[in-house]
Design a protein around this ligand. Structure first.
Ligand code: BGC
Length: 791
């Protein structure tokens, strides 16, 4: 990306189209549409998906004689279709002879410039601009400008809304149920309006309405309209005469509503009304661009760093998935954005990586995600009960209603075998929810939120850990058995028949932290609310005592002077890395490689991604030391250094999240290596680092994680003792960093870090002073003041 605000692709590259479509998606948190060419149908290189936040549907599929139900983020009607021809010729179906795609990140506009030549040599210049409005989330628009270069005659432009689409974006899922939309009603009106209404299984009605305006030589013209409708598909053909060099512009403005939208009665009526009232393309673009300008102002990170483009691209896709418009809905953060169908659009723990950015920038968006989890507390309670435990157990993968949606089987494309999937045993996701609640509270000081919405899930998650832990009289320690850590490669002991591992260190230390925070939460709650919750949850005085006891005595295994990923890890074999590296240039899917060889990765000390090291990602070195000491283990810098280097040697980074975590934990021991991992995380999608996965959706956790590395890791930004602390560790490639954060109601805290100093300024309209510290010196900054700390 030579221009830091523009992503550009020239020419047509069949193998890369899917990647371009994901990276050129336009969206606004309510809907996202992939950057597919408007004339392209799904199949081959193209996949024109449109996804609405929170729009899921379940369907049954048969695999090997068993029926599995799965929930998908629904591919909604395709609103893009626009193509053209000279009357009597073939419709243009691509590819053009020349093409340039340009995504303007500053304004959120996708522009395509192309030249199309038909079978008899008629050349037509095509310019298309596309937006999904950040100003008006139910509106998307496509402007098409066609200029005949060497011909004159009757031009026909065909436009459609297509509700006959299926979920077919991921080849691995072929053969599974893919139909989620049932056509209800549709009409193609003679005045150029198209509308259609479809429904998903759970009875969500989805309505799309489009209106068209045609201009020739810059003036409105009446085109002849021929309209056609059949169930699920409405089409119209606009016809007018053209002459060489005289551009014809067709504006297609599309409104989308569903029956689940707030403040919406009949979705079809709402969509038709909105489409009819909508301004023309230029006006919509101006309002949309203004909103983007404001968003960029809020998310400003200026860095003295050549090649900032990937940073803007990452922030851009983050803001297209999480925005004020998604915050208005009851939706979580799908791991792969709303950009494709990988992982079926499910929500995992990846919000852990996203909320760390949002807490200090757009905390209201973070709060909305926590509320989404809060609303699913009963589902989590039900899941805990089903395991025979108390409290709440959040699902590893979920979508609509908080029920577990992890697949029970998955396909290894290398061996062609369907294998049991045990990833749902990643119970650590509950702790991630608790962590997110507490971190939001620490960053914002929003005690109201904690009292009314956050404390209850936090207490229930603590309760779950206390009931999941069993006492081992031999060790006089508590154990959490039968779980998986973040490293999904290890889902069972090679010598055991049942899946699950015991005492995953990350899970246990984090559970200990949750148990302590639950007690803290009870302490800080206003008395009346504490009383209400204690009554409602039937918490007696003994329970927090028990949390304290368990939280101090959870088992943390060690071997060879490092923390073991889980109990029994020492019994695993070392992989012959040299041989495997020689045989396979890419080891990121080592699990698949070994399975295809008739072996299993469970036998080896080899990890997909950071697991134990997550501890130093979530907590500062000092906090990890205190957590481990509380658990009775002497721990210091050396333990961290040894453990980082041990697992780094045995990790293949099969998840993009791994680079984020490694960049973070290496900052304090190997800054060069940290920077390499940072670059990997930053560009993971831009370069399609996981080899073909970005086309199925971006990796939102890595995108946000990369931003957070600049925002908090390299600045050493920490929140503790009711103060904002900075301890910069700028990598050699980074001259300076400038950013604004929001902290505890202060909207305007400006931070500038360079090699020699840190300057913090507080906006003049702040109500209270803020305590700011650098290394060990702290000052109270009054409104309008700034302070420069020498490093
Ligand atoms: C990773 C998980 C992650 C998921 C979704 C998997 O490959 O192992 O940690 O939550 O992708 O991003």
């Amino acid at each position: 990306m030579p221009d830091p605000w523009r992503l550009r692709y020239t020419g047509y590259a069949p193998a890369e189209e899917g990647l371009r479509e994901a990276l050129c998606a336009v969206g606004n948190g309510y809907l996202v549409t992939r950057g597919a060419a408007p004339e392209a149908a799904a199949g081959g290189e193209h996949y024109p998906g449109t996804y609405l936040a929170g729009c899921y549907d379940r369907a049954d599929s048969e695999i090997g004689g068993r029926v599995f139900t799965h929930e998908d983020l629904v591919n909604c009607p395709n609103w893009l279709p626009v193509t053209f021809r000279c009357e009597g010729a073939e419709w243009f179906t691509g590819p053009p002879v020349e093409q340039e795609l340009e995504l303007d990140l500053r304004q959120g506009v996708l522009t395509r410039r192309a030249v199309c030549v038909d079978g008899v040599g008629r050349r037509t210049r095509l310019v298309q601009r596309r937006i999904a409005s950040q100003a008006s989330p139910h509106l998307a628009a496509l402007e098409t400008v066609l200029t005949a270069e060497n011909w004159s005659g009757r031009l026909e432009v065909r436009s459609a809304l297509d509700g006959t689409v299926t979920n077919a974006g991921v080849p691995r899922y072929a053969g599974l149920a893919d139909r989620h939309l049932t056509p209800l009603r549709q009409e193609a009106c003679p005045d150029g309006e198209l509308w259609l209404e479809v429904a998903t299984g759970p009875g969500r009605r989805i309505a799309f309405a489009a209106r068209h305006r045609v201009r020739a030589g810059g003036r409105p013209v009446e085109a002849e309209v021929r309209a056609r409708a059949r169930p699920g598909l409405v089409t119209q053909i606009l016809a007018l005469d053209v002459t060489p060099g005289r551009p014809v512009t067709v504006d297609k403005v599309v409104a989308v509503h569903t029956s689940h939208d707030p403040a919406t009665g009949d979705p079809l009526e709402a969509a038709r009304q909105l489409a009819a009232e909508a301004a023309d393309f230029d006006r919509l673009l101006a309002e949309h661009a203004l909103r983007w300008e404001q968003l960029w102002e809020r998310l400003r990170i200026d860095a003295d760093l050549p090649g900032l483009g990937p940073l803007h691209l990452d922030l851009f896709h983050l803001l297209q998935t999480c925005s004020e418009h998604s915050a208005d809905l009851d939706v979580g953060i799908p791991a792969r954005g709303l950009h494709g169908e990988a992982y079926r659009g499910h929500v995992f723990w990846d919000e852990l990586f996203v909320l760390r950015v949002l807490n200090l920038r757009l905390p209201e968006l973070a709060r909305a995600v926590l509320r989404y989890r809060r609303r699913r507390l009963d589902a989590a309670r039900r899941a805990a009960r089903a395991e025979g435990r108390r409290g709440a157990s959040y699902p590893w993968q979920s979508g609509s209603d908080g029920q577990e949606q992890s697949p029970q089987v998955h396909l290894n494309p290398l061996s062609g075998r369907w294998l049991p999937d045990h990833t749902h045993l990643q119970r650590h996701i509950g702790s991630a929810v608790a962590y997110n609640i507490w971190e939001y509270y620490r960053a914002t000081g929003d005690l109201d939120f904690l009292a009314e919405a956050g404390a209850e899930p936090l207490l229930e998650i603590a309760r779950y850990w206390a009931s999941a832990a069993t006492h081992d009289p031999g060790r006089d320690r508590w154990s959490i058995r039968g779980v998986l850590g973040p490293d999904e490669y290890h889902d069972a002991y090679p010598w055991a028949r049942e899946p699950g591992l015991d005492d995953n260190a990350y899970t246990n230390v984090l559970a200990s932290w949750v148990l302590a925070r639950a007690r803290d939460a009870l302490r800080v709650l206003p008395e009346r609310r504490r009383g209400e919750l204690t009554e409602r949850l039937a918490l007696d005085a003994a329970e927090p005592e028990r949390w304290q006891e368990i939280g101090r005595r959870l088992h943390v295994p060690f071997h060879d002077g490092v923390i073991s990923q889980f109990d029994g890890y020492r019994r695993l074999a070392e992989l012959d890395w040299e041989t495997y590296r020689r045989r396979y240039p890419d080891l990121r899917r080592l699990d698949r490689i070994l399975e295809a060889e008739g072996d299993t990765v469970n036998r080896y000390r080899a990890s997909k991604q950071a697991d134990v090291l997550m501890l130093w990602y979530l907590f500062s070195a000092g906090e990890v030391r205190d957590l481990l000491r509380r658990l009775g283990h002497p721990a210091g810098y050396e333990l961290m250094r040894r453990t980082v280097s041990y697992y780094l040697d045995r990790t293949v980074h099969g998840s993009t999240l791994s680079s984020v975590v490694h960049a973070w934990v290496l900052t304090r021991c190997d800054r060069r290596a940290s920077w390499r991992h940072f670059r990997d995380a930053l560009t993971a999608d831009l370069v399609d680092a996981q080899g073909g996965t970005t086309r199925e959706g971006v990796h939102l956790g890595a995108m946000a994680g990369a931003v957070d590395l600049l925002q908090r890791c390299y600045t050493g930004l920490e929140l503790r003792e009711d103060a904002l602390w900075l301890d910069p560790q700028l990598p050699w490639a980074l001259g300076s960093l400038d950013l604004d954060v929001r902290y505890r109601g202060h909207r305007d805290v400006r931070i500038r870090v360079d090699r020699h100093s840190v300057t913090v300024a507080l906006g003049a309209d702040a109500e209270r002073p803020v305590r700011v510290g650098v290394r060990s010196t702290a000052v109270a900054l009054r409104p309008g003041e700034s302070h420069k700390f020498a490093l």
